[in-house]
Ligand binder design. Structure first.
Ligand SMILES: C[S@@+](CC[C@H](N)C(=O)[O-])C[C@H]1O[C@@H](n2cnc3c(N)ncnc32)[C@H](O)[C@@H]1O
Length: 288
């Protein structure tokens, strides 16, 4: 399998990563250890980004306007944004592999040979950014509803779908505020077998609605629960919010879904030596 992403090193609050032929040095607040590689290796990065005095790229002119990589079986269009993002959060790679396998096995389990409905898993991906989880689910044979408040990010995800040969697959593309959309889906009596969500610490809905995770997560997950079908497969919650620990996520999901099996952990950028913690995930798996 092609693997174009690599964490080359981390330390002193920075990470050095390879995305195909491009090597970038960017901030990583958790990297409180010493780097392993000599400074000369870091200096050879194609470009670097810091937030020392606002958002600053150094050597941005060395970056192509956009380029493509493949990681965890998914192809991504990348580009350096003003905020230092590239259109991918590689710490989600383990989740993408899990989503694809889970959607695939659900399809297998519900094949006509098993005597049950052959309909594909219906997946809702909220706060879906450039669509890593959408691609993984669609590649696993699921029907996906992809939602993000940013029109530009939904366009980016559609480009990724084309790159992955998924343009003709059943993916609904929605630009909307997550809560507004979920309430509308409830009124329309639409339900989903699996829901994936990676809410931001702070964000804005498509109509400028403010999202604050400490204030809004309870309502978000309540709506998620109401939107699940009678035969749910899973809810996958992830977060990059500092202070939102694995235990917090387990408590919230365990309380909402007492019958589900919980699987949780840190999302990691895996490197040659020190894995870099980059948020947490918690999955509620039903019928496991
Ligand atoms: C942390 S990113 C998600 C990262 C993505 N899940 C991944 O790992 O590749 C948060 C996303 O939520 C979107 N967003 C922020 N507020 C929103 C809201 N109220 N409703 C829907 N999407 C929102 C942003 O546009 C952004 O793309």
């Amino acid at each position: 399998m092609v693997e174009d992403y690599e964490l080359l090193d981390s330390g002193d609050g920075r990470k050095l990563e390879r995305f195909g032929k491009i090597v970038l040095a960017r901030p990583c607040s958790q990297a409180m250890w010493r780097p392993q590689l000599p400074q000369g290796e870091w200096n050879r990065a194609t470009a670097s980004f810091d937030r020392e005095d606002g958002n600053n790229w150094h050597g941005r002119a060395n970056l192509p306007k956009e380029w493509t990589i493949e990681t965890a079986g998914v192809k991504f269009k990348l580009g350096g944004t003003d905020f230092g993002h590239l259109g991918i959060f590689p710490e989600q790679r383990a989740q993408w592999r899990w989503i694809r396998e889970t959607c695939q096995s659900y399809r297998g389990a519900s094949s006509p040979a098993a005597g049950t409905s052959p309909s594909p898993l219906r997946v809702l991906n909220l706060f879906a950014y450039s669509g890593g989880s959408t691609m993984a689910a669609a590649l696993g044979g699921a029907e996906v509803c992809h939602l993000d408040a940013s029109k530009g990010m939904v366009e980016w995800a559609r480009d990724n779908a084309r790159l992955n040969g998924l343009a003709e697959r059943p993916i609904r593309w929605i630009v909307d505020d997550a809560h507004k959309f979920m309430k509308r889906e409830l009124r329309r009596e639409r339900r989903y077998d699996a829901i994936i969500l990676d809410p931001p610490s702070f964000g804005r809905g498509a109509g400028g609605e403010m999202y604050k995770i400490e204030r809004d997560l309870k309502e978000t997950l309540g709506l998620v629960k109401d939107l699940l079908s009678d035969t749910p497969a899973f809810v996958l919650f992830s977060s990059h919010t500092p202070g939102l620990s694995v235990q917090v996520a387990e408590n919230i999901l365990g309380q909402l879904f007492p019958k589900a099996k919980l699987e949780s952990g840190e999302m990691l950028l895996e490197g040659p030596r020190f894995p870099c913690p980059s948020g947490i995930y918690c999955r509620a798996v039903f019928g496991a």
